[in-house]
Write a protein that binds this ligand. Structure first.
Ligand code: ADP
Length: 466
């Protein structure tokens, strides 16, 4: 049987509260009772000593007890709930606070009364009589008998004290229970409410609504993280969905253009409008080439993503390699009246896969070239910074709209600007570049503004071997 989180948490918290209260009450009750009894027993001992002391003082001056002294002993006996008897050396009773058995009975009655009133069971114990020698000036002059109940130290006041204590224990346990119940309900709700919201959000996502977000305001770290993850997941799924749709329509577009050209040309042949000529067959060939390139690109990318990239690393003077690549691009730039400059730190060497490194640089430089406009300028920088190798390719071209920036490394993603420019790109150059850079343990970033142009930065970790 599944129970809701609120119920489960409430019940668990509540049980924990009850358990703690019972345990705490038991331990404190036990300790207090023990300590209190010890205190009473000590009190009782000092009471007896007091009786003996009073009796000794009374007899220190006179051998016969006077009426007033008797009254004092009597008062003490009643007050302290004791039976006191003083006997001479011949076992003759000199003083008695009353008939011990009657006293016993009377006290029993008294105690029973208390028991009934307080409805708590108190053991009055056996009636005990103890004899103590009455010694004055080192001379034994008689015996003093003190009688009390086994538990007589549980005097009326003590019994009522213990009862009050127990009542206050029960009362505070009751208050603690109510308090614990309230807190447990509040905490359970605080934990479960955001979880319920997150579940609702993910259910909506499952149903296909990727616009929903879990609006949870929790001060619990884990819940906050969970809600952020769900929102991030929704955002990622939404982007993936958008990319998937865009990819399908882009691919359809890429395939349709050559196919339409081929179809119209073939129709013109069939209808006899066009004579087959070698130029027209060449145009055919170009379109078929475009299609083949597209299919090859798709296949290469699939391979790239399937297998772990195997790098054939060797120590390469990347300063020299970049200079060479720049030189090879220069004629192209000059032809289009563009400027290609460089700022290359010399003798930077690294362990890299030469072919892949060349492809990275070629992709970036041909992109920059493709997306330049009038007065186009590109600068390539190579430097070492904090043990990292930094390569920057900075252009003042058409730039990348901010909304496209997060996606340009995605497969087949092209901005509308680049489509309009009709560069013939297929949107996988940057995907491959990124894969190669990351395979070397590096990172690639892009910064771009529509008016300022684009900067690609590659950061290779410390791979210097010399
Ligand atoms: P493509 O073959 O279309 O150039 P890429 O993967 O190399 O494919 O680039 C993806 C998209 O990123 C390009 O279509 C273009 O929209 C944008 N892009 C890449 N480099 C630049 C750049 N230097 N300036 C402006 N846009 C760029």
């Amino acid at each position: 049987m599944k129970i809701s989180l609120v119920k489960k948490l409430s019940i668990s918290f509540f049980l924990a509260v009850i358990g703690s209260i019972i345990l705490a009450s038991f331990i404190s009750n036990y300790t207090i009772n023990k300590e209190f009894k010890r205190y009473l027993v000590d009190e009782h001992k000092s009471k007896i000593n007091n009786v003996i002391k009073i009796a000794e003082e009374l007899y220190s001056n006179q051998i016969n007890i006077s009426k007033s002294n008797e009254a004092e002993l009597q008062r003490y006996a009643i007050m302290q709930e004791l039976y006191i008897e003083i006997k001479g050396l011949n076992d003759n009773t000199i003083y008695s606070s009353g008939n011990s058995h009657l006293y016993h009975k009377a006290m029993m009655g008294n105690m029973m009364g208390h028991m009934m009133n307080n409805t708590s069971e108190k053991n009055t114990g056996e009636y005990i009589e103890n004899k103590y020698p009455l010694v004055i000036n080192n001379k034994n002059i008689g015996t003093i008998i003190i009688g009390y109940f086994g538990n007589s130290y549980l005097s009326t006041a003590s019994v009522s004290f213990i009862n009050t204590l127990n009542r206050s224990f029960i009362f505070s346990a009751f208050i603690a229970l109510i308090f614990g119940l309230m807190i447990s309900i509040i905490i359970s709700r605080e934990i479960s409410n955001p979880l319920v919201k997150i579940t609702e959000t993910s259910n909506k996502m499952r149903a296909g609504n990727l616009e929903v977000r879990a609006l949870v305001n929790s001060n619990t770290k884990e819940i906050d993280e969970l809600s952020n993850s769900i929102n991030y997941l929704a955002e990622t799924l939404k982007n993936q969905e958008m990319l998937r749709k865009r990819l399908t329509s882009d691919m359809a577009h890429e395939l349709r253009t050559p196919l339409t050209t081929l179809k119209t040309h073939v129709e013109a042949f069939i209808d006899g409008i066009w004579e087959p000529s070698s130029e027209r067959f060449e145009a055919f060939y170009e379109e078929i080439e475009r299609l083949t390139k597209l299919v090859d690109n798709l296949r290469n990318l699939a391979k790239l993503e399937q297998t772990n990239l195997i790098l054939n690393k060797s120590k390469l003077n990347i300063s020299m390699e970049i200079e060479k690549i720049i030189e090879s691009f220069k004629p192209l730039y000059i032809k289009s009246n563009y400027e290609l400059t460089s700022n290359i730190a010399s003798e930077i060497k690294a362990m890299v896969d030469k072919d892949k490194f060349k492809q990275i640089m070629n992709n970036l430089l041909s992109n920059s070239y493709k997306y330049l406009k009038e007065n186009g300028r590109v600068e390539v920088i190579l430097k070492k910074e904090k043990q990292n190798i930094l390569i920057k390719v900075i252009d003042n071209g058409i730039g990348i709209p901010e909304k496209d920036l997060p996606y340009i490394f995605e497969r087949f993603y092209r901005t509308d600007l680049s489509r309009d420019k009709n560069t013939g790109g297929s949107g996988i150059g940057l995907t491959i570049t990124k894969t190669f850079v990351e395979a070397h343990g590096g990172k690639i970033y892009v910064e771009s503004g529509l008016s300022s142009g684009t900067t690609f930065t590659i950061e290779f970790p410390n791979m210097i071997s010399s």
